[in-house]
Design a protein around this ligand. Structure first.
Ligand code: PLP
Ligand code: TYF
Length: 398
């Protein structure tokens, strides 16, 4: 019966992480998958989450179903986190938000929705982008193209080519953008560049799809949402997917959201209805526990302030690791241009290392990067950074 089914080769990032877990190298260091580790090399349980857990354990509420669109308080808190408390689009009730199964679930429900209501539209993603963007949009039956983004020669953004490409797209094309901490390059658009891009998106009647998985890891929770809020103020329709996996360190609880910014309250209500229908067709309703934890944190001012401070701690630690690695590399390789490390933002950096160099780092030194040269900077700590720098320097010198 099932003989014709071909084997699945696996997700390259997850497969590499599994190989890391099995590796017996005494000094192995995981800089591959996007996980935030603290300086003691642990995936943290945030203190605000720990306190929310204690509150929930006391309440001992039943594990009932959530509605299709998710928990009301979670959705409200999510909207305020993404769009800002005083957002005019929230005040006008022009945003339709559902709780999603992680950021990935938001991308998929959004992709399905767009495929249904804009059947002729293709999606444009940055070159390169997170592999799963392609997988998820292709899974929804959308045609995928790439716009220029990363310039290998200068390890920076090809903004003019990017803008040039997007300026030629047909109306209703879907343009996937990352508002902060670009995965995989770590290279973000500047505010000036967003201010050039947004009118093009608006005038050409394109559909921006803003995918935010690292809010708070760049410059701050509000700062990182600046492009989203600027688009909201421009009075244009767009889509936002967001994930709390990293900034709450709640990866496995699958907590995210999908928001459509519409032209009116009535339009937003209709969209919300169709998003609920989409959820019902696939998984009926989203998971409960992550939403309870996050809404408890964000709905309790003291815990919300603590979250903000803990996100700041994670952001500052990542920045510190960027500066330290840069200094070590510059010291070891006077000729090395390690400047990219502090120019790039968020968990990832594109190092410019070739696949062959990445293979040598892994095989000889136990240092795991993605073969694209992407490094998860959040895997560095005071105890392993010297080894990483020495290993990179050896390989770059050879
Ligand atoms: N979008 C980007 C750019 C990501 O890097 C990730 C990472 O996991 C996601 C979406 C998906 O988030 P989640 O893990 O919550 O599904
Ligand atoms: O890019 C990353 O490493 C993160 C984590 O299928 C991730 O976004 C990687 C692969 C995957 C899901 C999440």
């Amino acid at each position: 019966m099932f003989k014709h089914i071909p084997p699945y080769p696996g997700d390259p990032i997850m497969s590499l992480f599994e190989a890391f877990q099995k590796d017996h190298h005494p000094r192995k260091i995981n800089l591959s998958i996007g996980l935030y580790y603290d300086n003691e090399n642990n995936i943290p349980v945030l203190e605000c989450v720990r306190r929310a857990k204690a509150l929930l354990a006391n309440e001992d509420k039943p594990h009932t179903y959530l509605p299709m669109e998710g928990m009301a308080l979670y959705r409200q808190m999510l909207q305020e986190t993404v769009f800002g408390k005083d957002s005019p689009v929230l005040r006008d009730k022009r945003v339709a938000t559902i709780q999603s199964v992680g950021g990935s679930g938001a991308l998929r429900i959004g992709a399905d929705f767009l495929k249904t209501y804009f059947p002729g539209s293709a999606v444009w993603v940055s070159d390169p982008t997170w592999d799963n963007h392609q997988v998820i949009f292709a899974g929804a039956g959308l045609e995928i193209h790439a716009y220029p983004y990363y310039d290998e020669l200068t390890n920076s953004l090809k903004f003019e080519q990017m803008l040039g490409c997007i300026s030629t797209l047909p109306a209703h094309s879907i343009v996937l953008l990352q508002p902060c901490c670009h995965n995989p390059t770590g290279i973000d658009m500047s505010r000036e560049q967003w201010l050039e891009l947004i009118p093009v998106l608006q005038q050409r009647r394109l559909i921006p799809f803003m995918d935010m998985a690292y809010q708070g890891f760049g410059d701050g929770l509000d700062e990182d949402a600046w492009a989203i809020r600027t688009m909201a103020n421009a009075g244009m329709p767009f889509v936002v997917s967001n994930s709390f996996s990293k900034n709450f360190s709640l990866y496995g609880e699958r907590s995210g959201g999908l928001s459509f910014v519409a032209a009116s309250e009535a339009e937003a209500t209709t969209i919300l209805g169709q998003l609920k229908a989409a959820v019902r067709r696939i998984y009926s309703s989203p998971p409960l526990y992550g939403a309870r934890l996050i809404s408890t944190v964000l709905g309790t001012p003291e815990l919300a302030a603590q979250w903000d401070a803990e996100v700041a701690q994670m952001r500052i630690r990542i920045r510190h690791m960027r500066t330290s690695l840069q200094q070590l590399l510059q010291h070891k390789l006077s000729e090395a241009a390690a400047g990219y490390l502090t120019e790039q933002r968020g968990m990832f950096s594109y190092t410019g290392l070739s696949a062959a160099e990445v293979d040598r780092l892994r095989e000889e030194q136990g240092v795991y990067l993605l073969r694209s040269g992407r490094m998860c900077v959040a895997g560095l700590n005071e105890a392993n950074i010297e080894h990483v720098a020495a290993s990179m320097a050896d390989i770059l010198r050879a």
